[in-house]
Design a protein around this ligand. Structure first.
Ligand code: F2R
Ligand code: MG
Ligand code: MG
Length: 354
């Protein structure tokens, strides 16, 4: 069942420090965002005081479901040398039953229970039955997808989209959840592929994502066809042209909740907005700024910070992730190890297709 194809005309060598940055960025976003998850409004003073106090904290900051599931994605891709849906589904299930208190989504236990009882015989069936057949529109697919961008660094866009979709369909089948995970994965891969970490052309970045999403949301280019992610990318572009946008407007227009549509575009905005200084976040380091800005929006802070953290870590590389954060966040050494293994896998795949 392992599906591994590399068909780019000219494979490019990915940088290991960017791979490590992506997975470590995702872990610290989750661990540090978790404290504020579900707070509708995060007061700036409280946020800055919390992070100032963290500087002297030695206590481990624990990861949540976001990282628990991303680790299974990474492990399965590495061990199976590609996507094996059944293997990945059984890893999700065994992780969940080992540590069910990692703050999982409210309805996902039903999927794991059915997968467990059926021995994952049809790994997509339980998710299809969620919400009377509508499927979950939660961001649980997008929050865990980042390792897929490392694995799929040199895949064609169609292949990457297919792998992201299949990984998401194990738990989420609503189109918003599927498209959200594909958008998140594409954004992380774009950040990985950027070589100049001092200058990012945000218009190009958004334009590339829009092309991907247009193909997924409205492949026949029909008039008046709903394309909610493309609409949100337009909003991001418009926001970035302004000197400043109030947090409340960001939340109102892009969202900060547990739905994929209400969080993945927000994470992209957090990454792109934090390329420049943010007046109320006195941080020189743009990686730190991204995480604090994401959390400052409130709501689903662990998940928005993990998604933005993956993009920022991929773009700025591991060096910019503060060492103290790396020391106190649970799961960082494992993230580095998975990043290295995915890097080796990607290089081996490139070699085998030369
Ligand atoms: N669950 C949380 N946070 C809440 C409590 C955390 C607290 N710190 C603790 O420790 O207890 N966070 C995690 O959940 C989000 C990802 O959720 P996922 O994996 O998508 O789960 P699920 O259950 O599929 O969807 C979440 C909820 O969304 C609503 N929903 C989804 N689809 C729906 C549909 N078609 N119709 C109606 N409602 C739908 C439901 O309320 C689901 O329970 C991340 O934030 C992760 O960090
Ligand atoms: Mg979580
Ligand atoms: Mg969350």
């Amino acid at each position: 069942m392992a599906a591994t194809v590399v068909r780019n005309a000219r494979p490019v060598s990915p940088r290991l420090s960017k791979y490590c940055g992506a997975l470590v960025g995702a872990v610290v976003g989750d661990c540090l965002g978790a404290y504020f998850e579900c707070k509708r409004h995060v007061k700036v003073d409280e946020l800055l005081n919390h992070f100032a106090a963290l500087d002297s904290v030695r206590k481990e900051q624990q990861f949540t479901d976001d990282t628990a599931m991303a680790r299974s994605v990474a492990r399965s891709l590495v061990e199976k040398k590609g996507l094996d849906v059944k293997d990945m589904a059984s890893r999700f299930v065994s992780e969940f039953y080992k540590e069910p208190d990692r703050g999982y989504g409210g309805s996902i236990a039903a999927v794991f229970s059915k997968l467990e009882k059926s021995g994952c015989s049809d790994p997509f069936l339980p998710a299809k039955e969620q919400f009377d057949g509508q499927g979950s529109f939660g961001n649980g697919g997008a929050m865990r997808i980042s390792p897929t961008a490392l694995y799929g660094y040199n895949l064609s866009e169609e292949e990457l989209n297919k792998v992201s979709e299949d990984i998401t369909r194990i738990t989420h089948t609503h189109p918003d959840a599927l498209r959200g995970a594909q958008l998140q994965c594409s954004a992380v891969r774009l950040a990985l592929r950027e070589t100049d970490t001092d200058h990012l052309n945000t218009n190009n970045f958004i334009q590339k994502l829009r092309t991907t999403m247009k193909q997924l949301e409205n492949p026949q280019n029909l008039d008046n066809h709903p394309q909610p992610y493309c609409d949100k990318l337009d909003t991001i572009e418009e926001f970035l042209k302004r000197d400043s946008v109030d947090c409340s407007e960001v939340v109102e227009c892009l969202g900060n909740d547990i739905s994929a549509l209400g969080s993945v575009p927000t994470a992209i905005y957090c990454f792109l907005r934090s390329l420049k200084p943010v007046d109320y976040i006195p941080k020189e380091n743009p990686f730190e700024r991204t995480i604090l800005y994401a959390i400052s929006l409130g709501g689903d802070t662990d998940t928005i910070a993990t998604m933005a953290g993956a993009m920022a870590g991929a773009y700025y590389e591991l060096d910019r992730v503060p060492q103290h954060w790396q020391d106190i966040c649970e799961g960082v050494p494992d993230a580095v190890s998975y990043a290295k293994q995915l890097h080796t896998l990607c290089s081996d795949l490139m070699d085998s297709h030369k």
